[in-house]
Design a binder for this molecule. Structure first.
Ligand code: PLP
Length: 450
């Protein structure tokens, strides 16, 4: 019999023969072949069910195959699948209106992109045009995407393969109390010293050359670093004092993940630009964008914006955004995320920290948490070295394998497990997943020494 093009056996074969996948070597581990999804679960080709504690790349906020989101995409497909961005259409303008409605303050105008990296590129362009300056300051502990500007702004080692990158980018250290770059003894001191360091960086770079400070409101892929109270207010004050545009990268932290529409709402700070993607429509169709304050939008009142994309405001993606924002509201998923973080995840992870020597630090909010694994709690030596590969990375591989053996799909980065399930996860599944992590931590404990 002839194999169907997508029969399970052919899927992996074609993948191995013809695909170059993100951040992967051709001879790297074989991918899991996924066939179906439902809510906080997905199934592989063998029919095995996985509890998704990753939301894939922290994007599937309303979970897999949400019926209302699927219906909205189907309805839009029946009406208008594609249209050039120089036309107006109902889905795109309604998505822009809703995004402006949930965005803070007077961030009322949206430029749509296909994803997060393009959102960063356009935010950088807008900040440069608005200020007439060129430098972009960003943090070492950051990820902003893989296009030239976004990867140059990125701090983590994924930047290395694209160096030397674009000119005009400068890095600084943000707050990270557990591994303080400032030898701070508590959060308040970390906040104060991180702000003094940023002020120094601005001084020596020359404020009049700095267009923007770009930061993840809550740092995502680099460790779920929740800023100490006062830090974002302090960055806002520095931007105000020097005429610098503040870009809040909310690609991962925004749209409910942190128990707020945007993570920055928690500190009542108003950025000048917000970049978003992922949770805006849970990734059912690629979409991202930049939300800007009124005054920045006005910069383009008579002068055309010198940037564009064939698929800016794609109707299928925008119809999915309209439906997704409706789901967040109708199912009250955002306050629920805040509550699940405070009442279930935080307490459970802290209890694990008390039981397992490998758990060095626990931090997070909403459905955005990390546990940082160490070999020794006193020295805080990470379970794996910085940017570990091969045998050096084995302890984290073994820990992830222990999660997978028990049916949990984990999000593992460096020496951390990120706990980032879909916002729709039911409480029992959340508790079950946390119990699996608790069991798997015995594997990590095995690498600890006194
Ligand atoms: N910014 C942040 C904070 C991200 O986490 C990501 C992706 O993970 C990006 C930007 C890049 O988004 P994309 O992969 O959609 O280009």
């Amino acid at each position: 019999t002839q194999a169907r093009p997508n029969a399970p056996s052919a899927t992996l074969e074609n993948d191995r023969r013809h695909l170059l996948r993100s951040w992967s070597a051709l001879d790297g581990p074989a991918p899991l072949v996924v066939g179906a999804g439902e809510g906080a679960w997905f199934r592989d080709e063998s029919g095995r069910r996985w509890l998704d504690f990753s939301s894939q790349l922290v994007n599937a906020n309303v979970g897999h195959q949400h019926p209302k989101l699927i219906a909205a995409i189907k309805a839009q497909a029946d009406t208008l699948c594609t249209i050039a961005p120089y036309h107006a259409n109902a889905a795109t303008s309604e998505a822009a209106r809703l995004i402006a409605e949930v965005a803070p303050g007077d961030l009322n105008r949206v430029f749509f992109t296909n994803g997060g990296a393009e959102a960063i590129e356009n935010a950088i362009r807008i900040a440069r045009l608005y200020t007439g300056r060129h430098k972009i300051l960003s943090s070492y502990r950051s990820y902003h995407g893989a296009t030239t500007g976004a990867i140059t702004a990125t701090g983590d080692p994924r930047r290395w393969g694209s160096e030397p990158g674009a000119p005009g980018f400068v890095k600084f250290w943000g707050p990270y109390p557990y591994r303080s770059a400032f030898h701070a003894v508590d959060e308040a001191q970390e906040c104060e010293r991180a702000l003094a360091h940023l002020a120094d960086t601005i001084r020596v770079e020359g404020a009049s050359s700095i267009a923007a400070i770009l930061l993840e409101t809550v740092v995502g892929a680099n460790g779920i670093l929740v800023p100490p109270d006062g830090y974002l207010q302090g960055v806002r004050a520095l931007c105000d004092a020097h005429g610098i545009v503040l870009i809040a990268d909310e690609v991962m932290a925004g749209f409910g993940r942190c128990g707020e529409w945007f993570a920055i709402d928690r500190w009542s700070v108003m950025p000048d630009l917000i970049t978003f993607a992922k949770g805006v429509n849970s990734g059912y169709v690629p979409l991202g964008g930049v939300i800007m304050r009124e005054a920045i939008g006005e910069r383009f009142r008579t002068q055309a914006y010198p940037g564009g994309l064939t698929y800016s405001g794609h109707p299928l993606a925008c119809a999915a955004a309209v439906a997704c924002i409706g789901i967040y509201r109708d199912e009250t998923l955002i306050p629920r995320a805040r509550r699940l973080g405070e009442e279930i995840i935080g307490p459970a992870l802290r209890a694990m920290q008390a039981r397992h020597p490998a758990v060095g630090d626990v931090r997070g909010l909403g459905l955005f948490w990390a546990i940082e694994l160490v070999r020794n709690r006193a020295s805080r030596e990470p379970l794996v070295p910085f940017n570990a590969t091969g045998a050096d990375a084995e302890p984290m591989g073994a820990f992830a394998a222990a999660c997978k053996q028990r049916g949990l799909w984990p999000f593992v980065a460096a020496n951390r497990l990120h706990v980032v399930p879909p916002l729709v996860i039911d409480e029992q599944a959340l508790r079950d997943g946390l119990a699996i992590i608790d069991e798997a931590l015995h594997v990590a404990d095995g690498y600890c020494f006194d």
